[in-house]
Design a protein around this ligand. Structure first.
Ligand SMILES: [Zn+2]
Length: 266
């Protein structure tokens, strides 16, 4: 090999190594202890595909079983990750050290939750510290419905490119409780009508971001159906949210949540 070519190859190799080394490392958790969504396989594939794009700036590892949770989320193992995605988790997850996990986020890591991430760690009463970190808790849902999610901050990476509204033909829409418990929620997508009774006007949050100590949290209640996960707009929504939470893209997180409307359908 001639010298200039060898040098070029060396530089190229070094820059590839550098970009791989710079990529943020996310742990995707898909363990369930309650309802198990059939979309979990699709969710894992979509997140892998998004991370597979070199420009995404992050890689993903998975915790799919109790054993993987035990080994990848111990107090010391947590430290190797820059953030955590709970993709359609449910129930009381057997985290080896839940407080250490919450502390990691509070000390500056990313947390991203999709759909039933808010149906995880239901406290029997009061607000679980995980729910306080997340910003809201699943209360109930009714029949799947078509909705028009109104964009509240079109400059935020998780809402950029969605226009004024993100319309979904059919999805299971969550109604929430214990919303904005620490007062830090910055709303990104909301409904101004009850999802199952469009005559009933109100305030029904769908997606938000917030700060949790030095950490950044992004949650979207969308993601029940396979075809929602496969939709380009949904993928843009979550990719923006992931990149924001990892600090790869700037976006406002000024608290500005409105109170929830009553969840009764009629
Ligand atoms: Zn669901």
């Amino acid at each position: 090999m001639k010298k200039p070519i060898a040098l070029l190859a060396l530089l190229l190799g070094a820059s590839l190594l550098a970009s791989a080394a710079d990529a943020k490392k996310l742990l995707v958790v898909t363990v369930t202890k309650g309802f198990r969504h059939s979309s979990i396989g699709t969710a894992e594939k979509v997140l892998g595909k998004l991370a597979g794009d070199e420009k995404a700036g992050f890689t993903v590892d998975y915790a799919r079983t109790d054993d993987e949770l035990a080994s990848k989320m111990s107090a010391s193992a947590l430290k190797q990750y820059d953030g955590f995605i709970f993709a359609n988790t449910t129930g009381i997850l057997p985290l080896p050290d839940k407080q250490a996990f919450l502390n990691e986020v509070k000390n500056g890591k990313a947390f991203i939750g999709m759909h039933s991430a808010s149906d995880t760690f239901h406290g029997p009463s009061g607000v679980d510290p995980y729910i306080e970190m997340l910003g809201g808790e699943f209360a109930t849902h009714h029949a799947q419905a078509g909705v028009e999610c109104l964009v509240q901050d079109g400059r935020h990476p998780a809402a950029k490119g969605l226009g004024e509204a993100y319309c979904i033909e059919q999805e299971e829409i969550y109604l929430l409780k214990n919303y904005n418990a620490d007062g830090n929620v910055h709303e990104l997508l909301v409904l101004d009508k009850h999802p199952n009774n469009k005559k009933k006007l109100g305030h029904f949050p769908i997606a938000w971001c917030k700060e949790y100590g030095k950490g950044k949290v992004f949650y979207t209640s969308l993601g029940h159906r396979e075809d929602v996960w496969e939709n380009q707009r949904y993928q843009r929504h979550i990719l923006g949210g992931i990149r924001w939470a990892l600090g790869l893209e700037p976006g406002d997180a000024t608290p500005q949540a409105k109170p929830l409307s009553p969840i009764a359908p009629k």
